[in-house]
Design a protein. Structure first.
Lengths: 248, 676
């Protein structure tokens, strides 16, 4: 089975600071892969670099065999490499349904012109499907600002899923969730490969990562310090050192 | 050689003024984060007040509703007058900060831009209304500085230019030293870095803001007083000195006093050199159609665009997502009913009303297309454009030239609007790299460039005389506006305007209800998230600029055919500010807001109805009042009038719903049902 995502030697510099140092990893189709690491390890920078929000100094990003290293963010998204944000970044002016609808279809010049003359072409099958799948139908017409934190997380997930991405990059999806909401999220993530979406999830929450992932990578000070199945990572001395501090 | 050196040195005066104004911009930006478009207008008011006081001993106050003048002294000396001017300037700066910009410290960039535009309009009108000398060129007053010639480097330069330069340099040096070496400077730098942190350290950003606005205002006032004998001052041109000043301030990164001053002086000198060069009889390579003053104005514009685009980023960085939003853009409801009522009402009015009211309605209908263009670009896609009227101007004159060449009126309408679209996309290009306040600056600069280079070009616009449109025909019917006597402002032309506006407004309604509009709103709400959702942010912004400038173009064509002769002065930048202002006031993110703004246009139906009832004052004060209204709206009702009405209706509906339905909502049930 060929790799869906193949990242090679990815290096990102913020001024003089090396935020990511020569990171290479692959995600195969149907996998749920975790990326953990302490605060400031470069996890969000990694997602930023994969999705075009930060330009890498070196390295490449190949997705389904296509070189996306220099592609702008929206092209990567349209190619099926879709991310979420730690701070969710919902469109606060738009209803839940419209938040999803915006991400549902790539526009064409023709659709822009017909939009001028056609009164309404709302609600697509995909949008409805995702709203249903994530139990968002009851709140579909509300604004994100009126929702609870847990509901907002689900909307962010829905917006990322509505374009049927091949790989979903989740940036701390459990941040601010209570244990029952985290459990629900874990269950949802586990089922994503069934609908054709592989997952790369970044989080501090060991229970989420170790509970849902087929493979886990550990990032510390911008470097990949360990990779392997969850059971191995749980007991890896390097990982324990990264989280609890190094012994002298 | 020495001729060119002479041109350069002659530019020292205006260069020094540009530098002084730029220093004030940097100062107020560093302490309060506001780029004040009204900065030069504040200096202009102080200068007018100074000269008036010096002549008459009367102090002219800038407040509507209060007495216009207070008599202070019989024959003030120059020193007394200068002291009064300094005090007046300091008070003005203080008031402007405390009343306008302090309340807006946390507001969205557009609210601050709008407030400073409101202030600009207001001060400009105060000067127009309250000072006897306010024509294009003010008469020469007794100058403060002597203009004795001094020999320098083999050519001569007047003393006052050198003294002005000295003033700018000293001001920059003092400001630089204060910021570097004093507690005040340290506090300002701390507050700029982290306002909350500064508060925790016991530093009040308010006091810093107040002091620096007063200082900035004093420097501006003195600079404009001193430049008057060299360049003259006027209510039309002096406020626009803010553009070269912005160019200088941007070159200094809105941060460095030294670079800003040097850049300001350099811009003034280069402008002077270009002007000197262009007017020389032996300069033959310049094409005739290029207005010489326009090339001169183009220098700061180029600087501004270059700096902004070079510094800008395609997407804002992680920290830059602003907390405050534009007013929500609700999905239009009851479109059919509104269309029937409004179109029916307007058609009835055209058919039955008298000449005056028909004229007013035609003006409002055409102006609504302009405000609709503001709704599309600003309300929907979140991009501030101050160049909409310039697009209208280009289309207006283009349509005249086209119909002169036998192009049928409807074809010319579309072609001219398409030309405006092309220009709109070019002007909108910086929007793909800069946002908020910077974009407002860039589009304002572009608008001035179009005004000076294109609209002032005699072969295109007819220059001062303007151009007259041929009589338009639609499907063989005469739809011209003109007729003799009370038949003038023929309903036929009104129907054309109404038809064009109806189609355009319905198109915009459809856009809002469709995915294209949703995408623009997504970009407006959060560019990073929009890009992550697969939206091409660049294309969305340029698309919005394209649609918007097409609408502005339609407005320009209708304007061209609604007057006997179309003059370039119909498209002055200040008019564009009024359009943005009125749209913001009426409600910038809805089609209803655009239509209301159209009704509120100068000489439109609302002011005409008011002045026919209320003695004709409404029209005189419309700019001044809309200036104040704008500031108040920015502070108290960022959603505009239509937003206020909508909220009112919604809360009434909510109350009615509450009263009728006693069952608690599910959210309430969940909270109440939870463990106590």
């Amino acid at each position: 089975m060929s790799a869906l995502l193949e990242v090679g030697g990815l290096t990102v510099k913020h001024g003089g600071l090396i935020a990511l140092d020569d990171v290479s990893l692959t995600v195969a189709e149907g996998q749920v892969v975790g990326l953990i690491g302490p605060n400031g390890a470069g996890k969000t920078t990694f997602i930023d670099a994969l999705t075009g929000f930060t330009a890498p100094a070196r390295g490449h990003v190949h997705f389904e065999g296509r070189d996306l290293t220099d592609a702008p963010p929206h092209e990567r998204s349209l190619a099926g490499l879709v991310r979420t944000f730690q701070s969710l970044e919902l469109f606060d002016d738009l209803s839940v349904r419209d938040n999803l609808l915006v991400a549902a279809h790539p526009p064409t010049l023709w659709s822009t012109i017909t939009d001028l003359f056609w009164p309404k072409s709302h609600d697509s099958a995909e949008t409805h499907g995702i709203l249903e799948l994530l139990d968002l139908l009851p709140i579909a017409d509300r604004l994100p600002t009126e929702l609870s934190n847990g509901e907002r997380h689900v909307v962010a997930l829905g917006r990322a899923l509505v374009s049927s991405p091949k790989l979903l990059l989740l940036d701390e999806p459990a941040a601010g969730l209570d244990p029952s909401e985290t459990a629900e999220l874990t269950e949802r993530l586990r089922r994503l490969p069934e609908i054709g979406t592989s997952v790369l999830v970044v989080d501090h929450d060991m229970s989420l990562i170790l509970g849902v992932c087929d493979e886990v990578h550990v990032l510390d000070f911008g470097r990949l310090v360990a990779s392997g199945p969850p059971e191995a990572i749980r007991t890896d001395p390097t990982v324990i050192a990264a989280y609890l501090g190094r012994s002298a | 050689m020495s001729t060119y050196l002479g041109y350069l040195l002659a530019g020292l005066g205006s260069g020094a003024v540009i530098a002084s104004l730029a220093l004030g911009l940097v100062l107020s930006h560093r302490t309060s984060g506001v780029v004040n478009f009204a900065h030069a207008a504040m200096g202009m008011y102080v200068a007018f007040a100074y000269f008036e006081f010096r002549e008459t001993g009367e102090l002219v106050l800038p407040f509507l509703g209060l007495p216009a003048r207070i008599y202070l002294l019989p024959r003030p000396t120059q020193t007394t007058a200068l002291i009064v001017a300094v005090l007046l300037a300091a008070t003005l700066g203080l008031l402007v900060y405390l009343l306008v910009f302090r309340p807006l410290r946390q507001a969205a960039p557009l609210a601050r831009v709008v407030a400073s535009l409101g202030l600009l309009l207001y001060l400009q009108e105060i000067v127009r209304l309250r000072f006897p000398v306010s024509g294009a060129v003010a008469t020469r007053h007794r100058p403060v500085l002597a203009d004795d010639p001094i020999d320098l480097l083999g050519t001569t330069v007047t003393q006052n230019r050198l003294l002005l330069l000295l003033l700018a340099v000293v001001a920059a040096a003092v400001l630089g030293a204060v910021f570097r070496f004093t507690r005040f400077g340290l506090a300002t730098r701390a507050a700029a870095g982290n306002e909350k942190g500064a508060l925790l350290l016991g530093i009040s950003p308010d006091r810093l803001g107040a002091v620096s606005w007063a200082v900035a205002s004093v420097i501006a006032g003195i600079a404009v007083i001193l430049i008057e004998p060299i360049a003259g001052i006027s209510a039309t041109t002096t406020p626009l000195l803010v553009i070269p000043a912005l160019a200088a301030a941007l070159l200094g990164g809105l941060e460095s006093f030294a670079i800003t001053t040097a850049a300001g002086v350099a811009i003034g000198m280069v402008q002077s050199l270009i002007l000197g060069w262009a007017v020389r009889p032996d300069t033959t390579w310049l094409p005739d159609w290029l207005p010489t003053t326009g090339i001169q104005q183009f220098v700061p514009v180029l600087v501004i665009i270059a700096v902004l685009v070079w510094r800008g980023d395609a997407l804002p960085d992680r920290a830059a997502v602003s907390g405050r939003r534009l007013p929500p853009a609700p999905e239009p409801r009851n479109v059919l009913a509104w269309t029937v009522v409004l179109v029916g009402g307007a058609a009835t009015m055209l058919a039955t009303a008298g000449t005056e009211l028909r004229h007013a309605l035609i003006i409002s209908l055409a102006f609504s297309l302009l405000t609709l263009s503001v709704v599309v670009v600003t309300g929907f896609s979140g991009q501030i454009s101050l160049a909409q009227l310039a697009f209208a101007g280009v289309a207006g004159f283009a349509s005249i030239r086209l119909t002169e060449h036998q192009v049928p009126f409807p074809v010319a309408l579309v072609l001219a609007a398409t030309l405006a679209t092309l220009i709109g996309v070019i002007v909108g290009y910086p929007a793909t790299r800069v946002r908020g306040m910077s974009l407002a600056i860039a589009t304002l600069a572009m608008a001035v460039a179009i005004e000076e280079l294109v609209l002032a070009s005699p072969p295109f616009s007819g220059g001062h005389a303007g151009a007259a449109a041929p009589r338009p025909f639609l499907l063989g019917l005469d739809v011209g506006v003109g007729a003799t006597g009370s038949d003038n402002f023929r309903p036929a032309f009104g129907y054309v305007c109404l038809g064009v506006l109806t189609l355009a407004a319905l198109g915009v309604v459809n856009l809002r209800r469709n995915r294209t509009g949703l995408r623009w709103l997504a970009v407006r709400a959060n560019e990073r998230a929009a890009a992550a959702a697969g939206i091409d942010v660049t294309r969305a912004k340029l698309g919005a600029f394209a649609v918007s400038s097409f609408l502005a173009g339609l407005c320009g064509v209708l304007m061209a055919f609604s007057v006997t002769t179309l003059s370039p002065t119909s498209f002055l930048v200040i008019g564009a500010l009024v359009a943005v202002a009125l749209t913001y006031l009426a409600g910038v993110s809805s089609v209803g807001g655009a239509l209301l703004a159209g009704a509120l246009a100068q000489a439109g139906i609302v002011t005409t109805l008011l002045s026919s009832k209320g003695g004709g004052d409404a029209d005189t004060y419309v700019f001044a009042i809309s200036g104040i209204a704008l500031i108040l709206t920015a502070i108290f009702a960022p959603e505009g009038i239509t937003g206020l009405v909508r909220d009112r209706v919604a809360s009434l509906r909510h109350a009615a719903h509450r009263a009728g339905d006693q069952s608690p909502t599910s959210a309430v049930a969940r909270v109440e049902g939870g463990p106590a």
